[in-house]
Write a protein that binds this ligand. Structure first.
Ligand code: CO8
Length: 259
């Protein structure tokens, strides 16, 4: 069945797929159906050998303005518990291929949290980031208190979470939340360019390197170094390692096959 709230663009660059969130009238508010469609699309692309990197965007006005407040407003705690919407988020967290967020306009609440689930972030000058849940009488629930704090530090995270203040793209760049800021008309193009550069690498090395970097967030330095070393050794079982090193010696570009 065709998804209703996302659009999938295949091969926007070699080995790069692009998923666009597409509920423009609601500023891409993340309702349950949209999140389910996104999870399904990401899982399909994760299993697709013609895709090595995924770009996730909204439109110029909004990456996503958060969870769908209208869908959530009347829910009870038991409704929320039984719906278990975070299983969708857990599945997205397990995607092995790099995901690059292309952000313009609002990235708020669940939208900012979804962006922080991505591995690199290219933003337009008009991007605005925030965790405004506090203004609704709640708090972030999809990782905002944890991933934001790890990304920008306690001082700014506390301010954003406790006051709901939005920060600009320049501020987000300075705080280390995002990778780069570009003029609005270039945000998607630049994200695809970064994805294409990344997709030229060995797809197996990309997955293992992503896995190792993410390990930082839930382990000690000693365990993380151990994990890194295991993945490093394991890559010597791949044909891509032989190809990558031989290509360097031969002074030619490598041709990675993902084997
Ligand atoms: N949910 C539902 N509808 C929304 C949302 C939203 N989060 N954001 C915007 N909309 C709708 C508006 O209701 C409006 O609809 P309509 O035209 O039918 O009235 C339309 O989008 C356009 O919005 P505005 O008219 O408000 O546009 P403005 O440019 O005036 O303002 C803002 C833009 C500042 C972004 C404003 O819309 C706003 O404050 N939105 C809400 C932001 C917010 O509070 N986000 C946090 C939501 S809670 C959350 O994310 C919890 C996450 C934890 C779990 C994650 C699970 C997915």
């Amino acid at each position: 069945m065709q998804p209703e709230f996302i659009i999938i663009h295949q091969q926007v660059a070699p080995f790069v797929a692009h998923i666009q969130l597409n509920r423009p009238k609601e500023l891409n508010a993340l309702n349950l159906q949209l999140m389910g469609e996104l999870r399904d699309a990401l899982k399909l692309l994760d299993a697709d050998d013609t895709v090595r990197v995924i770009v996730l965007s909204g439109n110029e006005k909004a990456f996503a303005a958060g969870a769908d407040i209208k869908q959530m407003a009347g829910k009870s705690a038991m409704d929320m518990y039984n719906t278990d919407q975070f299983s969708t988020w857990d599945a997205i967290k397990k995607i092995k291929k790099p995901i690059i967020a292309a952000v313009s306009g609002f990235a708020l609440g669940g939208g900012c949290e979804l962006m922080m689930l991505c591995d690199m972030i290219v933003a337009s000058e008009t991007a605005r980031f925030g965790q405004p849940e506090i203004k609704l009488g709640v708090m972030p629930g999809a990782g905002g208190t944890q991933r934001l704090t790890r990304a920008v530090g306690k001082a700014l995270a506390m301010e954003m979470v406790l006051t709901g203040r939005f920060i600009t793209a320049a501020e987000a760049l300075q705080a280390g939340l995002i990778n780069r800021v570009v003029p609005e008309e270039l945000f998607l193009q630049e994200a695809i360019k970064l994805a294409a550069t990344t997709a030229a690498m060995s797809p197996i090395a990309l997955k293992m390197a992503k896995e190792a970097v993410l390990k930082t967030f839930d382990t000690s330095l000693e365990e993380g170094l151990h994990f890194e070393r295991k993945n490093f050794y394991l890559l010597f079982a791949s044909e891509d390692q032989k190809e990558g090193m031989q290509a360097f010696i031969d002074k030619r570009a490598p041709e990675f096959k993902g084997k």
